[in-house]
Write a protein that binds this ligand. Sequence first.
Ligand SMILES: Nc1ncnc2c1ncn2[C@@H]1O[C@H](COP(=O)(O)OP(=O)(O)OP(=O)(O)O)[C@@H](O)[C@H]1O
Ligand SMILES: [Mg+2]
Length: 265
Amino acid sequence: MTTSFVRDSLLYADALASERLPASFHARLAAERFLVDHEVTTKPGNEWEFRDELANRAMLFASMMPNIKGPEAGRPIELMDWQKLVFANIFGFVERRTTTLRFRQGAVFVPKGNGKTTVSAPLALHMTFGEGEGGAEGYAAAVTRDQARILFDTAKHMVSRSAEMKREWGVGALTNSIFQEETASNFVPISSDAKALDGLNVQCAVCDEIWLAPHQRGLRCAYHRDGETAPAVPPLYFDGHRQHLGHRQAALGLRAAGSAAKSGR
Ligand SMILES: Nc1ncnc2c1ncn2[C@@H]1O[C@H](COP(=O)(O)OP(=O)(O)OP(=O)(O)O)[C@@H](O)[C@H]1O
Ligand SMILES: [Mg+2]
């Protein structure tokens, strides 16, 4: 049965694709692609499948996290439709009969003040600590360390204000690191101005405001890692990017790219 989070994502994608909601060209294409991919994966011979429960689990996790800023501070995050669509894309598609995520890179283009950093934090926490990967390394990346700290501190506040994170996930927060003892995994802020991502075993890197990065260097590191040193679970780069496009719902532009090795798309 399709869960309500996934159903909301499908309805939203349908509204964008059919132009019932105003949307940018790229947002419409992203929505169309999501719908087509979702439909195609229902065919038994397809190498990918869409697993409602995996997408749902990640969205439930995000919904347990508290808002940190603004009038909703302290209340649980109520995911907006565009945020659900991002989660459904990233966490729903897997290699058939496995839990290996299909998409290794996601780029999100949303205007200022629309919840990029807020939603990136639970996404990164879930990828770093929610998959039982031993020694997982998660990074909050940005051009400068100060910028990276905005995302890291958001995640840190979420962890320290969430009793479940400590009790059920065994995740704790220190000044410069969020960690899970049981799996020896951690999440730290890092800047991309000092070749910082080279040579790291990246499980997940969230690059906020990547548009400021010269030559999008962090992203290039991700591609280089797709070679012989690729980790068992691939890294995922999720970029917040400001675009002053006006209408809130018109401004979603989601692009999720399969790795070159796995998918020619
Ligand atoms: N799903 C949500 N439900 C309610 N409030 C939200 C949600 N997502 C974000 N917010 C609130 O919206 C405000 C802006 O969020 P955030 O800082 O994450 O936006 P942003 O896109 O990263 O902004 P900027 O472009 O300035 O970096 C914050 O007060 C945040 O708590
Ligand atoms: Mg932000």
